[in-house]
Design a protein around this ligand. Sequence first.
Ligand code: NAP
Length: 290
Amino acid sequence: MEKILVTGAYGQLGSELKILSAGTSGFEFIFTDYDSLDITDRHAVNVFISKHKPDFVVNCAAYTAVDKAEQDKEACYRLNADGPLHLAAACLQSGSRLLHLSTDYVFDGTASLPYREEDPVNPQGVYGASKLKGEEACLQLPDALIIRTSWLYSRFGNNFVKTILKLGKERELVTVVFDQIGTPTYAADLAGSILEVIKQTVNNQTAWKPGIYHFSNEGVCSWYDFAMAIRRFSGLKCRIIPVESKDFVTLAKRPGYSVLNKTKIKNTFQLTIPHWMDSLELCITNQKNG
Ligand SMILES: NC(=O)c1ccc[n+]([C@@H]2O[C@H](COP(=O)([O-])OP(=O)(O)OC[C@H]3O[C@@H](n4cnc5c(N)ncnc54)[C@H](OP(=O)(O)O)[C@@H]3O)[C@@H](O)[C@H]2O)c1
């Protein structure tokens, strides 16, 4: 039976993988988080991976507090750059395949067409720069597969959907920027695609094509459009007011445009990806139904 080790499993993506694992036969899943496998601890990573010898390691562990990272650089790099380095080294030793997650924040957001995998990177803040270092660390492993994603949400963890649902109940007016454009990603869709890539590899070892891939839901929107859709699907009564980024100051600079081009991952693994609105509706319905 193939073994899949998931790190950072209490987070959004890790939790969605856990839910999907329940309906996935033929695999042994090992779910870990900082309490059972701290990926910043090189020795612990080596011991764990050499003991369990997973066939696949899916690294969902990350420092994702983008603003906090600006003042907490060391901790952010420890987790987002050193952690993947330790995992890559241990995977090389044990022959495990590493699937690592990265972000649209490796780009500077000045493009006007969806970013392709080979487009020049130019992170604008500590988080994006640390994630880029993590990518570079993984790429030292010739077999590593990296998926960059954007605007991740799920019913688990902290994310924009949950923030709007909360603020929308507490306030009459909620202001949201309309001049940052991207694509939301439902973590359940990403989790499903990750498992699909792994299943294809188990059926045919040559299906595993290392390198960098982009993944989000289909479509494009602003944060304002995203908030309006959340309002509609959840039946919130608050008004959502569009504002410019200059009126919404944050510690870390946000990319103005971070739409990801998904052609490579769709063609390589024959994936069909839902539109962001369909997935959002599903996520909100699932939350309502507990
Ligand atoms: N969230 C987004 O909008 C977004 C966008 C683009 C890309 N991504 C990328 O997608 C991936 C998954 O993101 P996510 O939103 O699922 O992340 P998340 O919800 O923040 O989950 C990360 C998990 O890693 C855990 N963790 C913290 N320190 C650890 C350590 N030393 N060892 C092991 N685990 C540790 C966290 O625990 P604590 O919560 O206790 O710290 C958390 O459970 C990440 O690589 C992220 O960079 C995310």
